[in-house]
Ligand binder design. Structure first.
Ligand code: 13P
Length: 256
């Protein structure tokens, strides 16, 4: 973390878990414990149907509500899709873009991710754009090439004043939901590479200002070590964010 130049962000990603009717109890548990957080921004990305309940449950707290996906289109005949404007109107402030589960199960390409990144910014949401290599790509020794291509394509035609507000999450696919975590040194190496790509696309000031998160089996036991790395500015937490107690422990690690 480097709080002098950029925000620390801890974001939960519930994925397709919990019901809208579960949100109130979660909010109460989190609200009690997370009251004294000063040094980081908190986000919980819930299923779209739970956004109104989450907005209500987190009202008057530092916890912002995020969505997990959005349409690349602004409006129109796209049955089943949800637009940035609709998410914003429902109370979401953030949206995850290009999560590896969207890439793997829903065919999202780097180009789709770029279109969704534009749509999220145009719609007034703060995107959390995910990048990460698979196990096979890691085994081939091409992790950095994959990440560079993902970041470069995601940021295509994103103007500088907007780029600095985008949050990037490095989520190695092999570490998601597996209990395997990149070592702090491995995660740092890639996050520093991501910052270098942003520097090459924009400039050093913007690269210094961009918040980069690590995600992939982050939990109370490994959070502090990962967050101690200079280019890791927070976390995107899946499984451990479903339990308000565990999520608070990760938040506390970022709030030192
Ligand atoms: P886990 O923390 O469950 O590994 O999930 C990480 C993730 O995909 C967050 O977006």
């Amino acid at each position: 973390m480097n709080r002098k130049y950029r925000k620390t962000v801890i974001a939960g990603n519930w994925k397709m878990n919990l019901l809208p009717s579960d949100v109130k109890a979660y909010g109460e548990a989190l609200r009690q414990r997370a009251g004294k957080v000063k040094f980081c921004d908190l986000v919980v990305c819930v299923p779209a149907v739970s956004i109104p309940a989450a907005v209500k449950a987190f009202r008057d707290t530092r916890i912002a509500v995020g969505a997990q996906d959005l349409s690349e289109h602004a409006s129109g005949a796209y049955t089943g899709e949800v637009s940035a404007a609709q998410l914003k109107d429902a109370g979401a402030k953030y949206v995850i873009v290009g999560h590896s589960e969207r890439r793997t199960y829903h065919g999202e390409t780097n180009e789709t991710v770029n279109a969704k990144l534009h749509a999220s910014i145009d719609g007034g949401l703060t995107p959390i754009v995910c990048v990460g290599e698979t196990q096979a790509q890691r085994d081939m020794g091409i992790s950095k090439d994959i990440i560079r291509a993902q970041v470069k394509t995601a940021f295509y035609k994103i103007p500088a004043d907007r780029a600095r507000k985008i949050i990037i999450a490095y989520e190695p696919v092999w570490a998601i939901g597996t209990g395997l975590t990149a070592t702090p040194a491995e995660a740092q190496e890639i996050c520093s590479e991501i910052r270098a790509v942003i520097r090459s696309l924009y400039d050093a000031r913007i690269a210094r200002a961009v918040t980069i998160l690590y995600g992939g089996s982050m939990n109370p036991a490994n959070a502090a070590e990962l967050l101690a790395q200079p280019d890791i500015d927070g976390g995107l937490i899946g499984g451990a964010s479903l339990d308000a107690g565990k999520f608070v422990q990760v938040i506390n690690a970022a709030n030192q």
